[in-house]
Design a protein around this ligand. Structure first.
Ligand code: ARG
Length: 400
């Protein structure tokens, strides 16, 4: 029998998909589950997949690869889609696409399948990713094809075929979580004027439940990589997880936005990304301290473009790779530390230090010790303003 590798989450959709792929396509189903932040029970996932009829189930912990190969480049790029969303879900998809392709090649499968719906961005990210890496693989998206109109029909299908599911636990929201953040959609969030209810949030405390006193953090960077938290060296994944916990406690990293999906829809999305918000702010701050104005201003334009590429599913593309090289090019200077103050839903940078700092107190000061050559300013302005001299003279004359 021909084989399909199914990206399996253990939920209702992908559990039904196991059976459905066997029935509709006559395929042997190999389930593939990746851990990139959700705390899941490995044996439960395997048991479920097998009960649904999987030939084999692979569960792999990809947190480290996710952090070093996907989160780090996005951190260096200061990637936030439409200026807000730090792209947690969007960054996870190319990693899953890459693994689906690898597993399919290893297992000699002709097909890969996933549980994305036909309205979202995730289907694009997975399918474009898979096709860039191996265009010979055939892709099946059961949720775009099958006949279930409602969740109830799907549950009925699962019951008839004895597919184990826990229906009661299903949240009213559609949730996708990894260590870089969580996306929460659907339910009453679809009303754009209604404030998201507190129970919708998973990783962050409500502002009025956050500690009364602020907390200070010191984040140490070496060549662009955050390596120390409050002086203690720690691996990237541990640092991200710790920051999610601490900054989440202070209600940091909530975003409520109307975003422009690639498929043309405007949708209301709620995100939580405590660690991402802190690390992005800290990195931006330190880079701003050690790099020059031209570089920094131009980088903002590229960051915007990069965020779009990631969001649009164009991870495995030449422009994305070229931009990665650009963002990597100056990281050797991004060494030093940043002080962050967590206070009632906010993370504020309140201090920075680096041996590569381009900030010189003697140039900046308005007090004693000033070495700035004020006399030189006169000539500078004459020449800087030269192209515009008199340009608006006539216009002013007419108005008068
Ligand atoms: N709108 C976000 C994005 O496109 C989040 C998608 C979340 N996916 C989910 N299955 N809830 O990246």
């Amino acid at each position: 029998m021909k084989k399909v590798i199914l990206a399996y989450s253990g939920g209702l959709d992908t559990s039904c998909a196991v059976k459905w792929l066997q029935e509709q396509y006559g395929l042997d189903v190999i389930c593939f589950s990746a851990f990139i932040g959700e705390v899941k029970d490995k044996t439960k996932i395997i048991r479920r997949a097998e009960a649904a009829g999987a030939l084999k189930t692979l569960v792999v912990d990809l947190k480290e690869e996710f952090a070093s190969e996907y989160i780090m480049p996005a951190l260096w790029a200061h990637a936030r889609y439409e200026g807000k969303y730090p792209l947690a879900t969007a960054l996870g998809r190319p990693l899953i696409a890459k693994w689906l392709v690898e597993v399919a090649e290893r297992e000699g499968a002709d097909y890969v399948a996933h549980g994305c719906t036909g309205k979202g961005n995730d289907q694009v990210r997975l399918e474009v990713g898979i096709r860039s890496l191996n265009p010979d693989l055939k892709i099946i998206a059961p949720l775009r094809e099958w006949e279930f109109k409602t969740r109830e029909e799907e549950i009925e299908y699962a019951k008839e075929r004895k597919i184990p599911i826990d229906v009661t636990k299903k949240s009213i929201y559609s949730i996708d979580k990894n260590i870089w953040g969580i996306a929460i959609e659907a339910g009453i969030l679809e009303n754009p004027m209604l404030e998201p209810p507190e129970e919708a949030y998973v990783m962050t405390k409500a502002y009025d439940k956050t500690p009364k006193n602020p907390r200070y953090l010191e984040i140490g960077f070496e060549k662009g990589v955050p390596v120390r938290l409050d002086g203690k060296r720690m691996p990237l994944v541990a640092m991200i997880e710790k920051l999610n916990e601490i900054a989440g406690e202070y209600g940091v990293g909530r975003f409520d936005m109307i975003e422009n999906r690639l498929v043309g829809i405007k949708s209301r999305e709620v995100y939580e990304a405590p660690a991402a918000d802190v690390l992005l702010k800290a990195h931006e701050e330190l880079e701003g301290f050690v790099m020059d104005r031209e570089f920094l201003h131009y980088k903002r334009v590229l960051s915007e473009k990069y965020s779009e590429l990631v969001y649009f599913g164009l991870w495995f593309t030449p422009l994305k790779e070229a931009l990665d090289s650009f963002f990597a090019s100056n990281q050797s200077r991004v060494t030093g530390k940043v002080r962050i103050k967590l206070d009632r839903g906010h993370a504020l940078c309140v201090g920075r230090e680096s041996k590569f700092a381009l900030y010189h107190e003697k140039l900046a000061t308005y007090s004693e010790g000033d070495i700035f050559d004020r006399k030189a300013a006169t000539g500078f302005m004459k020449i800087w303003g030269l192209p515009y001299e008199g340009m608006y003279q006539k216009q002013r004359g007419r108005k008068a």
